[in-house]
Design a protein around this ligand. Structure first.
Ligand code: NI
Length: 132
C-alpha cells in the first residue's frame, strides 16, 4: 500500500506523551504508534455505531456448576448466526476456558456477550472488541 508522508503539529508536552507511548508499548516508531491509535479509534466507533464487527469472548467457569454447560451450549445454538467458532480448554480439575469468536452487528454482539457472561457460575468474562 502506498504511504503518504505528512507533517503533524503538536504541542511539546503532547509530543513527549506520544514518545512515552512509543516506548511503553514498544512501537518501532511514532508512525506505527499513530497508525495504531487511528485504527483503535475507528474500531471503537464501529462498536459504538452498531456496525459490522468481529470479536472474541473469553469465559472462565467451573464445569461442575449445575446446568451451566447446558445453558452455555443452548445460548450458542440460539445465536449460531453470530458465532464463528468456540474453543474449550480444560484449565485444571475445575476450571474451563472457552473462547467464542463472534461476528456481526456490534449491538447484537454486545447483547449476546452480556447474556453469556451473566450465566450463573461464570467466574470471568472478557470481550475483545475488534473489527472485520
Ligand atoms: Ni473443561
Amino acid at each position: 500500500m502506498a504511504v503518504t508522508r505528512f507533517g503533524v503539529s503538536l504541542e511539546e508536552n503532547l509530543l513527549k506523551k506520544l514518545d512515552q507511548l512509543v516506548t511503553k508499548h514498544q512501537f518501532p516508531n511514532r508512525s506505527q504508534a499513530i497508525r495504531f491509535l487511528i485504527n483503535q479509534h475507528i474500531v471503537e466507533d464501529k462498536w459504538k455505531e452498531d456496525q459490522d464487527v468481529a470479536g472474541a469472548l473469553v469465559l472462565i467457569y467451573d464445569h461442575h456448576k449445575r446446568d451451566l454447560q447446558k445453558q452455555l451450549t443452548g445460548l450458542q445454538h440460539d445465536y449460531h448466526c453470530l458465532i464463528l467458532s468456540s474453543q474449550h480448554v480444560h484449565l485444571d480439575h475445575h476450571n474451563c476456558l472457552e473462547t467464542i469468536t463472534l461476528k456481526g452487528k456490534s449491538g447484537k454482539l454486545l447483547k449476546l456477550a452480556d447474556k453469556l457472561r451473566s450465566i450463573k457460575g461464570i467466574k470471568h468474562g472478557n470481550l475483545v472488541m475488534s473489527t472485520t
